[in-house]
Design a protein around this ligand. Structure first.
Ligand code: GAL
Length: 454
């Protein structure tokens, strides 16, 4: 029997369909109207950085109205975007930049006018440079700086926005930014990583509490990167290595939040983080979020290795394994999404799950005014069917945000990886809907036809 095509009507009526973005990757206008520098502005404008910068990005700053209309045109109902801290507070704290504040009011108002629900991420990696100069995430004062910023934003926008996400993927910005140095601010080593990680753990809960306090009826979450991790083979050393990688990538930031503490059992060396604890921290890092966001892109196969210390594990790359990958060489492994939903659903204290990012980068090309990306269509179908499977098995998955609306600046990789449903010509900023965007548009359209009032 032929396999049934995925159908939007198989999903619960209130299942949410959105797209996700991040300020630094789309806005551009990096020093316009009083915006201060963020660590990503500094990092990508250094001579040693070879993959361009997002000084202009996709110029969402000047194109937001058209782009939000495009979200509507695709029949999506929700837009996840982040606020740039240094656009609002150029120096991180202190003086407010009213033009920056006004910009996000306009973005939110445009969403509301279009009938698109705004989902705001408070922190998606672009720390104000002035704060990094004082140690950034490694400095415990970040607890105050972050509280000040979150307090302001939630009071300012709280009457219009109900859906808030405190952070985007702490393991990515702390791991890559303060351990391996592959992301801004380019810091390296355990002595940077451990305090930065602990402060981010505290801030995610502190942020949650501030939103709860300031926004009546708020729906509050925070997001985590996750990767399905398997051992290279069933040698004991590799199985243990995979467990450590899993603990680091999937458990490190969620377990303290749920009152379980850091996953010390998997690697004893992690106890060194206690050096950065103050009395009361165990309690301070807990918060009862309404939902969590899972962001899934790839699977990791791990094996034992002497380096790095504490982790003693290494990835067996997708290339070595000769498996299907996206254009960044990451394995496309759909089953992993289902497994991640299952894994996180097991935690007591997780009330609801949204897939706050899922997407694929491909070598899309504009030919005769068209972009054919059948692989992205297949990717979406498979992603949706894994989510549906999870829902049918009783998991509380309530929505998906595709990464992303328009091709944009992919951090350390620059403009090469194209993740968008919409193609962007970075010279002219002309947008072209890819074939996948048309597919999504008609996939979602069916819902409207059947439920005209929804
Ligand atoms: C995520 C990140 C996004 C985007 C995406 C695609 O980890 O949150 O900002 O870059 O990866 O690789």
């Amino acid at each position: 029997m032929a396999k049934k095509e995925i159908d939007v009507l198989d999903f619960p009526d209130d299942f949410l369909w959105g797209v996700a973005t991040a300020a630094y990757q789309i806005e551009g206008a990096f020093d316009t109207d009083g915006k201060g520098a963020s660590i990503w502005d500094t990092y990508t404008n250094e001579k040693s950085f070879k993959n361009g910068n997002a000084n202009e990005a996709i110029d969402f700053y000047n194109n937001f109205e058209e782009d939000i209309k495009r979200i509507k045109e695709l029949n999506l109902d929700s837009f996840r975007f982040s606020l740039s801290w240094s656009r609002i507070f150029p120096k991180g704290t202190g003086e407010i930049n009213m033009a920056g504040v006004a910009f996000y009011h306009k973005v939110i108002d445009t969403c509301l006018d279009q009938g698109i629900t705004p989902w705001v991420t408070l922190y998606h990696w672009d720390l104000p440079q002035e704060l990094e100069d004082k140690g950034g995430w490694t400095n415990r004062s970040i607890l105050d700086w972050f509280s000040f910023y979150v307090d302001f934003c939630t009071k300012e926008y709280g009457s219009k926005v109900s859906n808030w996400m405190v952070m985007n993927e702490p393991m990515s910005f702390i791991g890559l930014g303060y351990f391996t140095g592959q992301h801004a601010p380019g810091k390296k080593g355990l002595k940077k990583f451990l305090p930065a990680a602990h402060h981010a753990t505290l801030c995610q809960a502190i942020g949650g509490r501030i939103v709860r306090e300031n926004v009546e009826g708020a729906y509050i979450g925070t997001t985590f990167s996750c990767s399905h991790v398997t051992p290279k083979n069933y040698f004991w050393s590799n199985i243990k290595a995979a467990k450590r990688v899993d603990a680091l990538l999937n458990r490190f930031f969620i377990e303290p939040l749920l009152g379980m503490g850091y996953p010390y059992k998997e690697f004893l060396g992690l106890k060194k983080i206690k050096k950065y604890f103050k009395s009361g921290d165990e309690k301070l890092m807990q918060f009862d979020f309404d939902f969590i966001g899972l962001q899934y892109y790839f699977r990791i196969v791990a094996k034992y290795n002497l380096l790095p210390p504490i982790l003693f594990a290494k990835e067996v790359s997708a290339l070595e394994r000769n498996v299907k990958t996206n254009s960044m060489g990451m394995e496309i492994y759909h089953k992993g999404l289902y497994k991640m939903i299952k894994k996180f659903s097991k935690y007591e204290g997780i009330n609801a799950i949204y897939i706050t990012e899922a997407g694929v980068c491909l070598d899309d090309e504009l030919i005769d005014g068209k972009v054919k990306d059948p692989k992205r269509i297949k990717y979406m179908k498979k992603t949706f069917s894994k989510i549906l499977k999870a829902i049918r098995k009783g998991k509380n998955v309530k929505g998906v945000f595709l990464w992303t609306l328009v091709d944009n600046f992919e951090w350390a990789e620059g403009y090469k990886p194209r993740f968008g449903l919409i193609y962007n010509d970075f010279k002219t900023q002309k947008r072209t809907l890819k074939k996948s965007a048309f597919w999504l548009q008609s996939f979602l359209k069916r819902k409207e036809k059947i439920y005209p009032d929804s």
